[in-house]
Design a protein around this ligand. Structure first.
Ligand code: FRU
Length: 536
């Protein structure tokens, strides 16, 4: 559909057509990265959910494969929902997923590859004894879904956890033990519970090394290791995480900071982002995070354009040992293979209230590294509050300043990505990292929001951001990935060759000096697997 073709991204994963939601069962097997995803083969809105399947050598270029799992048994006939892969020490692959039964009960099912020696894992078998877990007493039939990757406990028993809720408001994660992945024992207590957070979907649970330099297999525990617990909050459609300590003997997890517990503190991504899931990449010894970017236009528009949703660029995740309070997310290094020509800008002065064009030619596919130094001209004595403010027009002493991406020359459409340092108290600054979508499109019927969250900026650090621009998607990483924002925008003027890039400084009391390196990015190859060519 040519009318909407500019909204297609060039290097983000999305199906050729129709609806996609959560990433499912990501794994690496025999030279290929596998991504499965919630997919409606018949329409651009949610329904008829199957598992779409694609493979890649490098997490950037993808080949679509036939559907991996479809609803064909009573225990998943209303949908093959979200699940996770576990790779056993003998290289067997276990896939656990939620099935929506003929009676709309959520149950957990086991599937495995028909032929492990097939690098493409084309054929999947469902265990004849499915379902392997059904909603236990006290859990509603529609509050029981999305099993995690399993991890091996100290005494050789596997565990997995699954989101649910108690009563109507307490978000929880149940723990099951298993030795054979066919029989499961539910523990009495829960891994963790947070009142007021509602149903937890797509729980993710994994270890991180406190030294911040290595990634860990999901079964790692012990000294020098913390555990991340992530829940996707059904009520607010936000992915929240917290860092804490896991006790393998009791299967309890405790947050480092109870005030920043799961669902009430940090977000994985402060933008349009949901249902994320990590996997341990045994090939490159890293933990890779996938996340779903939903649309913010109408269903009618999605049906017209014939597709909906994308996945983020996969990100590595590590513990931030400098702050000790957050994760660091960073685009996988393979995205750098798309870099074409680059342009450098050194210490560009951006005065209060000004906009400076960055003349680099085409700006619809970019990888931007930007560093900002601020020179105070006046100092603020009042206590400034307000997070991201009412967007980039909301001026304070030290901010906002940053980039205007996917802007047209007359600035009738633009998306500011910015820092907003606020005078907290006694001369200390508290910084927010934000994206303002409110002027991103002239289209009506498009949901536009100011997104953002706090970002730690240490005393010896300048402000820095990395921004990936891909037509209608902007993924922004502040301070090396401490705070991340994914944005879904629908420009009507700032498309193709009309898109421009600017620096801006809307602070009242600081000069900003910006140093940037900007690459144009190539498009990725994302297309059907060329089966027929094999037989020629
Ligand atoms: C999250 C979710 C999961 C469920 C799946 C259904 O977006 O609602 O909880 O398994 O999507 O498509």
């Amino acid at each position: 559909n040519a009318m909407f073709s500019w909204q297609r991204s060039a290097y983000h994963f999305q199906p050729q057509k129709n609806w996609m939601n959560d990433p499912n069962g990501p794994l690496y097997h025999k030279g290929w990265y596998h991504l499965f995803y919630q997919y409606n083969p018949y329409s651009a809105i949610w329904g008829n959910i199957t598992w779409g399947h694609a493979v890649s050598r490098d997490l950037i270029h993808w080949l679509y494969l036939p559907l991996a799992l479809v609803p064909d048994h009573w225990y998943d006939i209303k949908g093959v929902w979200t699940g996770s892969a576990t790779i056993l020490p003998d290289a067997q692959i276990i896939m656990l997923y939620t099935g929506e039964t003929n009676e709309s009960v959520q149950v957990q099912n086991l599937a495995y590859p028909a032929n492990l020696s097939d690098p493409l894992l084309l054929h999947w078998l469902k265990y004849p004894g499915n379902p392997v877990m059904v909603p236990p007493p006290g859990i509603k039939p529609d509050d029981f879904r999305d099993p995690t990757t399993a991890w091996l406990g100290p005494e050789g028993t596997w565990r997995l956890t699954m989101g649910s809720k108690f009563n109507t408001t307490i978000g929880i994660s149940l723990v099951y033990h298993t030795t054979n992945f066919r029989d499961y024992e539910l523990l009495d207590g829960v891994l963790h519970a947070v009142p007021g957070t509602g149903m937890w979907e797509c729980v993710d649970f994994y270890p991180v090394a406190i030294n911040g330099s290595v990634a860990l297999d999901t079964s790692s525990f012990g000294p020098g290791i913390k555990h991340v617990l992530k829940a996707s909050l059904d009520n607010t459609k936000v992915d929240h995480y917290a860092i804490g300590t896991y006790a393998p003997k009791t299967d309890k997890w405790t947050p480092d900071n109870p005030e920043e517990d799961v669902g009430i503190g940090l977000k994985v991504d402060y933008g349009r982002y949901y249902a994320s899931k990590t996997f341990f990449d045994q090939h490159k010894q890293r933990r890779v995070l996938w996340g779903w970017i939903n649309e913010t236009d109408t269903e009618t528009a999605d049906l017209k354009k014939g597709w909906a949703s994308l996945q983020t660029i996969p990100r590595t995740v590590l513990y931030d040992n400098k702050t000790g309070t957050n994760l660091l997310q960073w685009p996988v290094e393979e995205v750098e293979s798309l870099r074409l020509n680059s342009t450098m800008f050194k210490e560009v002065l951006v005065e209060p209230g000004s906009v400076v064009p960055l003349d680099i030619g085409t700006t619809t596919q970019l990888d931007i590294l930007a560093e900002f130094e601020i020179e105070p001209l006046i100092s603020s004595t009042t206590n400034e509050i307000g997070n991201c403010g009412d967007g980039a027009v909301d001026r304070s002493t030290y901010g906002p300043f940053g980039l205007l991406v996917i802007a047209d020359a007359s600035l009738s459409e633009l998306t500011p990505i910015y820092f907003r340092p606020l005078n907290a108290s006694g001369g200390t600054l508290k910084t927010y990292f934000c994206t303002d979508e409110t002027r991103s499109s002239k289209a009506s019927n498009v949901f536009k929001q100011v997104y953002g969250g706090k970002v730690p900026v240490l005393d010896d650090e300048n402000y820095n951001m990395r921004v990936l621009v891909d037509h209608s998607i902007v993924e922004s990483f502040a301070q090396g990935g401490r705070t991340v924002i994914s944005s879904r925008i629908y420009p009507t003027e700032a498309i193709y060759g009309a898109a421009r890039l600017f620096l801006f400084n809307n602070a009242t009391g600081v000069n900003v000096r910006a140093t940037l390196k900007i690459w144009e990015l190539n498009s990725a190859f994302i297309r059907p697997f060329p089966f027929e060519r094999d037989s020629v």
